[in-house]
Write a protein that binds this ligand. Structure first.
Ligand code: NZQ
Ligand code: ZN
Length: 393
């Protein structure tokens, strides 16, 4: 196991009706003048924004609303949010929504005290300060409620890039699983796929002797395999929603990834798809993650065979472990299909002729990227090609 430092300062407030305590927690964490940031309408329609606003007002907190965050959140609204925060002297940002709303809030939080363009933080610069951010989560997916990451899309040029800093880890996250019961099945499945991908990006590693994190990873994946079909069949199942919601957070605080080398190439390769086609991040991952597996599994057949046996219930073929590894990838795709996810470029609405442009935007030139397997630009093109026509399906 490698040396590591693990910092996860977020206070998680989990359970029914917890959104009504938003005012109490903002006050507890020092907020007096809040930007209430939300999405395209679901949180208004469900009455959630009304309940949160009431809770803030009852706690004597001033509140300015800024809705309209789109999935794959754009820089344009971030600039707007920064302007409003400066003008109104906002001292706390409360995100009510999913990963997109939370990531937009984090971008605004870094941008307000910074003299330059906030996009600098999405081009490698580290912030020195940020407004405090907290969340009321409405979808189990991105894990942004417990992460120090934010992903924003630049409207002109369609660049989707990430920023990371402990300064933007949420101060608190309110998580009421009942809020996720209004999610359409497709969105639920996209979220489930993203959660599983966050675990697999950590699971496939060259670091040895990491039994504890291997087992934690497997526990999260097994939970998702059991609970996702339950909520697809019965969207109002609170207990299944609760297990998925906490799995989503555990998957991405890095608790399951510490002390081991990780590989985020599938995410990077997917981000180019959601930037170009504006597809859901989870749907893009359903197409890319198994394609990446199909490309890299020979690098460490036994690790893929281990996943196949422990997670997908395959029989170990000791004479030909490669077959076991392949069977695991087939079963992963079968699972994704069963929850309604796309598996190919075609099903996602992506086009094979765009592959050179996607690779170009990925932007590694003659270099290599990744942890488990270091990929060249040509390797990335091959992974997109596998996603056009998968073999292990
Ligand atoms: O905008 P509204 O009307 O709220 O609708 C949203 C949106 O259309 C809807 N929704 C959310 N909660 C709902 C609901 N509909 C009904 N009932 C509810 N309770 O769901 C749609 C998707 O929302 P979004 O926030 O985009 O989903 P998600 O949480 O999957 O976030 C995706 C974004 O997070 C980034 C992705 O790249 C993508 O941009 N990621 C962020 C990460 C991070 N910050 O740590 C890590 C991830 O790997 C990911 O890259
Ligand atoms: Zn993700």
């Amino acid at each position: 196991m490698n040396n590591f430092q693990f910092y996860s300062p977020t206070e998680f407030v989990f359970g029914r009706d917890t959104e009504n305590e938003a005012g109490y927690y903002v006050k507890k964490h020092g907020g007096t003048n809040v930007l209430l940031h939300y999405g395209g309408g679901s949180a208004v329609r469900s009455g959630l924004i009304g309940r949160v606003t009431q809770s803030l007002e009852s706690a004597g907190i001033t509140c300015t609303a800024l809705g309209g965050v789109k999935p794959n959140p754009r820089d344009t609204l971030v600039y707007e949010g920064i302007r409003i925060c400066r003008e109104k002297k906002i001292d706390f940002i409360l995100a009510v929504g999913g990963g997109s709303v939370i990531d937009s809030s984090k971008a605004i939080a870094m941008g307000v005290p910074y003299d330059g363009d906030f996009w600098d933080f999405y081009s490698g610069r580290q912030p020195q300060a940020a407004l405090p951010v907290a969340t009321v989560l409405t979808i189990a997916a991105a894990g942004s409620e417990g992460s120090g990451d934010s992903v924003i899309t630049k409207e002109s040029g369609g660049l989707k890039r990430g920023a990371g800093s402990d300064l933007i880890r949420p101060r608190f996250s309110i998580m009421n699983p009942a809020l996720t019961c209004t999610l359409p099945p497709y969105q639920t499945a996209c979220g489930a796929t993203d959660i599983m991908a966050h675990v697999f990006e950590r699971y496939f590693t060259n670091t040895t002797e990491v039994e504890i994190t291997d087992r934690l990873c497997e526990a999260v994946i097994l939970t998702m395999v059991k609970e996702t079909p339950r909520v697809i069949a019965d969207p109002a199942n609170y207990d299944a929603r609760a297990n998925i919601m906490w799995a989503g957070t555990v998957a991405h605080t890095n608790l399951v990834g510490v002390g081991r080398e990780q590989d985020w190439n599938s995410h990077g390769i997917e981000h180019e798809l959601s930037a170009l086609y504006d597809c859901a991040h989870g749907a893009g991952l359903a197409v890319i993650m198994p394609a990446w597996m199909e490309f890299v599994y020979r690098h460490n057949v036994m690790r893929f065979a281990q996943a196949a046996v422990r997670v997908w219930g395959c029989q170990m073929n000791f004479e030909q472990p490669e077959q076991t590894a392949q069977e695991g990838i087939v079963r992963f795709r079968r699972f994704l299909r069963s929850i309604g996810m796309p598996l190919t470029f075609d099903e996602l609405g992506a086009k094979a002729e765009d592959i050179p442009a996607l690779v170009e935007k990925f932007g590694i030139g003659d270099g290599r990227t990744g942890g488990f397997v270091r990929l060249s630009a040509e390797d990335i093109a091959d992974i997109y090609r596998i996603a056009v026509e998968p073999k292990l399906i």
